[in-house]
Design a protein around this ligand. Sequence first.
Ligand code: AHR
Length: 508
Amino acid sequence: STPDARAVIDLDLPGPQISRHLYGHFAEHLGRCIYGGFWVGEDSDIPNEGGIRLDVVEALRGLSIPNLRWPGGCFADEYHWRDGIGPREQRPRMVNSHWGDVVEDNSFGTHEFMALCELLGAEPYVNGNVGSGTVREMSEWVEYLTRADDSPMAALRRANGRDEPWRVPFWGVGNEAWGCGGNMRAEAYADLARQYATFCRNHGGNELYRIAAGANVDDYEWTETLMKALGCIDCKGKPVFQAVSLHYYTVNGSWKDKGDATRFDVDDWYVTMLRARRVEELLRRHSTVMDRYDPYRKIGLVLDEWGTWWNVEEGTNPGFLYQQNSLRDALVASVHFDAFHRSAERLVMANIAQTVNVLQAMILTDPDPDSGALVLTPTYHVFEMNTGHHDARRLDVHLQDDSDPREVEGQPLELLSASASTKDGTALVSLSNLDADRPRSVLLDLRGMEVTGHRARVLTAPAIQAHNTPADPTAVAPAEHDGVQPHPRGLLVELPPHSYTTVSLDLA
Ligand code: AHR
């Protein structure tokens, strides 16, 4: 029978590199992300190394996390790093006013974060405080982390038990300056970004990639103002900051009532998919603004907060942003990644919010501090299935789908999404079927190289609301997919309704 759609892929025409940093993560001092999620303390019965829980680390190693952003988020702009160094029992306490108004005891600070990055094999992305900090405070944090000699901050680090400087490649200059980071006007923040970034020095061989706090959703004026503030048209001179960020969350309802994580219907499913797919338009239009000021793409776009944001689970602290994670979240992630791959010329990094127990998490841990139970979410599995795209080169997918798009909120929603990449004599094809009810067959029309073998995996479940719980931890888990048949032009792939499929190809 005729396939529903055709995906033409020239296997011998690799495009730009898909940076592994598009698969970055974000861990904030928010709810149970750090405390209870990553950090249990050295006295916990939960197996840990220096207080960092090892079951979470081990699970995340399966994702090859390339970078981890910390300590916020909104928290970054009220965090004072000196409160989080030295003997833990002497560290001052503070109020985490953004997230639950709880007292933060600073037991997880700079050294603990760097130890976590080392355990994960992730590169640190430290977000400095512009909103309530000082230039000196930020400058000294960089020195503390990265300087080798006997400078005052390097000596302080040594006194706290760490001789060698760390390597810190990524540095955030404030966060959401238009909102929780200080309610600033774009012009005012752009000047501060230039000032703060100037004093974030490169010490020794540590070259900082400074990321200015960028726009919310479709605030193209914010991006334009930041790009103007770079102070160069062709960027032959070195800009003060190397990237601008962007934040975009997928909600199902309004910002006040974002919808429930697991109690939703088919209409909600499609609204969510439409809004998730909007990320591509946002990336394209912010990039277009950037192109005007930086035609050679020396400045990166960093989507350092993305993901679903639902109403919190009943009975949980509204300030802790704890939500379940269903098959719908998995498909939100898979279509984001397709958009990221297509935006790889300008998009250099992306960070899902957030890794453990907050918003669109990879891992949900039991709130009982004595319980070591955890579940991997459907979103975790999409990250795992996509590790083959890390640092691979994009293969353009020419998708021809003759079925009509579905009309959702007055806009067309394409129900198939695909992307592909190649590295090391292999190719990886990602296929999302967003149709809640109908299977789809896709002909992979593979050209330019011989395919000597293939393996397919699928992530789906009987219900679109399916999610993993301690009682049923594999309700949504990847399985080998036998719905792939050889075809004279390539491979014919059957996609179940509401599913995510990857096809790995061996190339000769
Ligand atoms: O990720 C949760 C919060 O969302 C972050 O702290 C903030 O930057 C954004 O508004």
